[in-house]
Design a protein around this ligand. Sequence first.
Ligand SMILES: *[C@@H]1O[C@H](CO)[C@@H](O)[C@H](O)[C@H]1NC(C)=O
Ligand SMILES: *[C@@H]1O[C@H](CO)[C@@H](O)[C@H](O)[C@H]1NC(C)=O
Ligand SMILES: *[C@@H]1O[C@H](CO)[C@@H](O)[C@H](O)[C@H]1NC(C)=O
Ligand SMILES: *[C@@H]1O[C@H](CO)[C@@H](O)[C@H](O)[C@H]1NC(C)=O
Ligand SMILES: *[C@@H]1O[C@H](CO)[C@@H](O)[C@H](O)[C@H]1NC(C)=O
Length: 612
Amino acid sequence: MDRYLSLFLFLFMTLFAEMRGRRDECMTSNPCSDQGPLIQFPFRLKDQPRHCGYPGFELSCTENNQTMLELPVSVKLLVKNIKYKSREIIVQDPDNCLARQLRNLNFAASPFYFKFELDFTFFINCSSYETLGHGYSPYLYYPIPCLSVPGNSVHAVWSSSPFNLLDLSSCRRLYNSSVPGNRDSGDFMFNGSAFSLKWSKSICRSCPEGGKICRLKKSNSTEPETECIKGVLKKIIVTGAIFGFFLLVLVIVALYRVYKSNKLEREYRINVKKFLQDYEALKPSRYSYSDIKRITNQFKDKLGQGGYGIVYKGKLSDEVFVAVKILNNSQGNGEEFINEVATIGTIHHVNVVRLVGFCADGFKRALIYEYLPNESLEKFIFSKADKNYSLSWKKLQEIAIGISKGIEYLHQGCDQRILHFDIKPHNILLDHNFNPKISDFGLAKLCSKEQSAVSMTVIRGTMGYIAPEVLSRNFGNVSYKSDVYSFGMLLLEMVGGRKNIDVSVESTSQVYFPEWIYNHLDHGEELLIRIEEEEDAKIAKKLAIVGLSCIQWYPVDRPSMKTVVQMLEGEGDKLTMPPNPFASRVPSKTNLSKAGRAFQQELAIISELEQN
Ligand SMILES: *[C@@H]1O[C@H](CO)[C@@H](O)[C@H](O)[C@H]1NC(C)=O
Ligand SMILES: *[C@@H]1O[C@H](CO)[C@@H](O)[C@H](O)[C@H]1NC(C)=O
Ligand SMILES: *[C@@H]1O[C@H](CO)[C@@H](O)[C@H](O)[C@H]1NC(C)=O
Ligand SMILES: *[C@@H]1O[C@H](CO)[C@@H](O)[C@H](O)[C@H]1NC(C)=O
Ligand SMILES: *[C@@H]1O[C@H](CO)[C@@H](O)[C@H](O)[C@H]1NC(C)=O
């Protein structure tokens, strides 16, 4: 703002100085005397700049403060008045003897002429008054007392005088001249009477009267050139206009600045509000059931269904899509719901799905998650037939690392340790970049980081991923290592591209994949599963070894998730083959294959527990 104000002031000062300069340069008062006539173009004082007046119109001040006009050659006349409108200057001979000056007067080199001219022809100097003949007649000759001396008299002779009547033998011609007169009085102006001179119309003819002022162009040309400049009134108007314009500009600039600062302030407020909203969004917001209906557009777009309830696609705003999980309200005491909101409601990790909000409206309960367009990992690893869903080994490795980091965060990165208890491909969602995000915390449990064991009244998890100790305390305490087991099973499924245990297939003769792969690797054989490049084989082997390390029968034998992350991120070559996870199992009582045995074993333990 200050910048514009100072610019404005600068312009104002410049304009003001310019105007003042003009006035000072060619002043329109009379410096000789306050009573003296106004001096302006075409007149100027000799000490004023040349362009202030027209050549030949130079005035000067006399010693006794009178204004004087000098005409060629050295004819000096006092200026009584100047009538600019009628181009008339009223002058007077300072010595009351104009006749003397008329000798030198040469109008040819001057812009002036007599307003009333009397054509007296010449002056004569006569030794004898009588010699003029027939007495005195003012119509023949006119005595000039101021030039006469005793014994000699000077007369002006009128051009129309009958010269033959004059005896000029005793006279001497002095000089020829015309003489100004006074029409009103009929007087001839030979002495100190005032008379009028006029100047030509042609000076500044192009400059119309009123508003405009004529002046000499500042040029070197020998011919004086004039130009019109705006008159005082015009000047005021123009100045006003210029001022008005700058004022307008200033006002516009000021308004713009105010607008901009308002806009900045608005933006600032919006940003702060947005930040607060975002900050607020760090905690899941609570929504009413009618909100849920609006968000899901009346439950229009169904994404999936499970025992827990139905998942719908929803829209929070134009940009934010969400997945809304409507929980079956008939089930349970709401523990699952509380679990989810309490555990993932306050945590944030790139590999953990974000809970955006929840709804607890009477018995109606819903969870709102960020929407992930690529659905779950399950779809990708178990759909070998569909090429669209196949993932490269490199991508699989990235996904494995992402999941392991997510689980590690749950185990170590939060105030309380979060045990998921349901790690499986179905619960790993993929975003548009195939970044994995752990979801579904319905079975999760919170415990302190120091706690080495958690109590559990019901079995949590999904068949095929449940750690042995969850099924039976005989194998050790339930702890974060249980998630490590589930992750190991998931890894091996990623390697195999198939379920380790297919519950739907009754046949127990099928190969139990984890065991198959262990034997395979143990015998130093290459894994030839969907391998296209040498690099693929390395990754497959690495994932398999890590997976096998994680599914060690006893929790103490399994690595922590931190170690798992390191193993997955490191070079596969350096990994050593873990012990056989299946060696320390309960001895079999049947002839079933090992795969069948493992499965049978899990089922047995479950049924045993259910009976209790
Ligand atoms: C002329 O004017 C000056 C100042 O304007 C003054 O001091 C001076 O007395 C004047 N002279 C006469 C003769 O009036
Ligand atoms: C007129 O003539 C006389 C005598 O010659 C002379 O003294 C005088 O100055 C003359 N006057 C003029 C105005 O020339
Ligand atoms: C002066 O006037 C007379 C008479 O009109 C004339 O003869 C003479 O040439 C004139 N002299 C000059 C210098 O003009
Ligand atoms: C000029 O001469 C006329 C006629 O002789 C006379 O009436 C008048 O008073 C004179 N003026 C001056 C200022 O001497
Ligand atoms: C005017 O004259 C000056 C000096 O004689 C010269 O420097 C200048 O260029 C001239 N200007 C014009 C417009 O002729």
